[in-house]
Write a protein that binds this ligand. Structure first.
Ligand SMILES: [Zn+2]
Length: 140
């Protein structure tokens, strides 16, 4: 273990909240959210928990949505493209809201059958059916 690693470990422990219930968020207390070597604190937390650095090209997201949280139980390794939407809306995530509108329109006008739409949008027949009967995406 190198000395710089010792240093960030001490800094990291100093920034942790004194009470750390296993299921609750651990709000990072220190003002600076990066450790020496430009290491984000939630990466440091993940690294200490897993015993290895965050793989190159990957990101750590907080499943709780709390950007100050460093509880390793709330941290997951993801590819960068997954970072934008840690909270997916309920429903078929493969379709965009615009596609859902088109599906509803096609269904209402009867221009395509649900089976045809399922093929066109490459989703399951049940997904199309649930959109058309309003089970999913009710707010669109
Ligand atoms: Zn949390």
């Amino acid at each position: 273990m190198s000395r710089s690693q010792d240093r960030w470990r001490i800094l990291f422990e100093n920034g942790l909240p004194s009470e750390r219930p296993p299921d609750a968020c651990w709000d990072w207390r220190a003002r600076c959210s990066r450790l020496p070597g430009d290491l984000p604190v939630h990466h440091a937390s993940w690294q200490l928990d897993h015993g290895e650095p965050v793989p190159r090209g990957k990101v750590i997201i907080q499943t709780c949505g709390n950007s100050r949280c460093v509880n390793p139980a709330h941290l997951v390794l993801r590819s960068p493209d997954a970072k934008a939407s840690p909270r997916q809306p309920k429903g078929p995530a493969k379709l965009t809201p615009a596609q859902v509108q088109v599906i509803r329109e096609l269904d209402a006008t009867g221009r395509k059958t649900k089976a045809e739409m399922a093929r066109q949008f490459r989703v399951a027949f049940s997904t199309i059916a649930s959109i058309c009967n309003g089970e999913h995406w009710q707010d669109i």
